[in-house]
Design a protein around this ligand. Structure first.
Ligand code: FO1
Length: 320
């Protein structure tokens, strides 16, 4: 295949997803990247519709992200939060002054009847992004984190309680009634994509909600595009976020092998190739024993060049 002749679909949630998406957007011709974003982290807060994973993509792909913080905008100011605090309002989930504009605009459009997918496309275009950012669904799906202390909505677990509660499982409210993103399902049916990449995002709260949408993982498995998954666990650690802590609390081992087992058991036949970090190379034979190909490379993406290098590597595995 001539490099870059077919569009590529990347499944993404959180910072790990946005980093690889940025590398992919850099190395693919403009408009060839489609990102399917987790929306199960979304919630309504202070009367606003917040879509953290979509916004992380919007801000990262438009060069506006606060990379050190991992969310929100670079050069942000916090006047609204400070004023809200004086009033005794809820400030555990911090919305920067400029970030607020995104949530205000989105909330207004949703209220007027616009679909999340349509308004996200407008936001992306207005921020100058050539890639396509698709919410996994236009319907509300909300992650509930089951913990030893009771059930928590995702952002309460993640931000308010700093991932401290001990996790016993997850569920996705609304998922059985939710329709997967129409445009992406059509593109899959038309065999448009040359490769499907699952970014190094949290398997339980970023990727599972996407794959568990009705018909989604089977459509990906049936599509001729190879499915390449990048491990979010490197040398027994999550590069960012609570994935490793969750695995330990769920009684799983904490390694790239255990991530591969998770995908193979839940979605048999979906994954064609699993990408692990050089530091985990000794796990390759056991992962191959699960019936998937394994590719080994440097998966830690600190610099822009490391993001591009991992993007090129995964695209080559996908035949692009
Ligand atoms: N993460 C935090 O750790 N603390 C925050 O106050 C916070 C605010 C916030 C506001 C808007 C937004 O889009 C994301 C925000 N995040 C914050 C990140 C968010 O919780 C996570 O990115 C995801 O939900 C996990 O992928």
């Amino acid at each position: 295949m001539v490099p870059g002749t077919q569009p590529v679909l990347a499944l993404s949630g959180g910072v790990g997803g946005a980093k690889l998406a940025l590398g992919l957007a850099d190395v693919l011709p403009p408009g060839q990247l489609h990102v399917l974003a987790n929306t199960a982290d979304d919630f309504r807060h202070l009367g606003l519709d917040i879509c953290p994973d979509i916004d992380t993509l919007l801000y990262t792909l438009s060069g506006r992200a606060n990379e050190a913080q991992g969310w929100g905008l670079e050069g942000e100011t916090w006047q609204a939060m400070a004023a809200l605090e004086e009033l005794g309002g809820d400030t555990w989930f911090r919305l920067g002054d400029r970030d607020l504009a995104t949530h205000l605009w989105r909330t207004q459009q949703l209220k007027s009847g616009m679909r999340l997918s349509a308004l996200t496309a407008v936001l992306a275009a207005r921020l100058g992004i050539a890639s396509h950012i698709h919410p996994m669904t236009d319907d509300p799906v909300r992650t509930m984190v089951h913990t030893t202390g009771g059930d928590l909505p995702f952002q309460h677990y993640f931000v308010r309680d700093r991932c401290e509660p001990v996790v016993t499982g997850f569920s996705f409210d609304g998922i059985s009634a939710a329709h997967p993103n129409r445009e992406v399902m059509q593109l899959l049916q038309r065999k448009t994509f040359g490769a499907v990449l699952v970014c190094p995002s949290n398997p339980f709260v970023s990727v599972d909600p996407i794959l568990q949408l009705s018909g989604m993982w089977l459509a990906l498995r049936e599509s001729p595009a190879p499915v390449v998954v990048v491990s979010p666990i490197v040398a027994g650690l999550a590069l960012k976020g609570p994935a490793a802590k969750m695995m330990a609390e769920l009684g799983m081992g904490v390694s790239a092998l255990d991530v591969a087992r998770h995908y193979c058991q839940r979605y048999p036949g979906l994954m064609d190739c699993f990408v692990i970090d050089e530091s985990d190379a000794t796990l390759a034979p056991e992962i191959r024993g699960l019936g998937v190909e394994v590719a080994v490379t440097a998966t830690v993406m600190k610099s822009r060049e490391q993001k591009r290098a991992l993007a090129r590597f995964t695209l080559q595995l996908g035949g692009n």
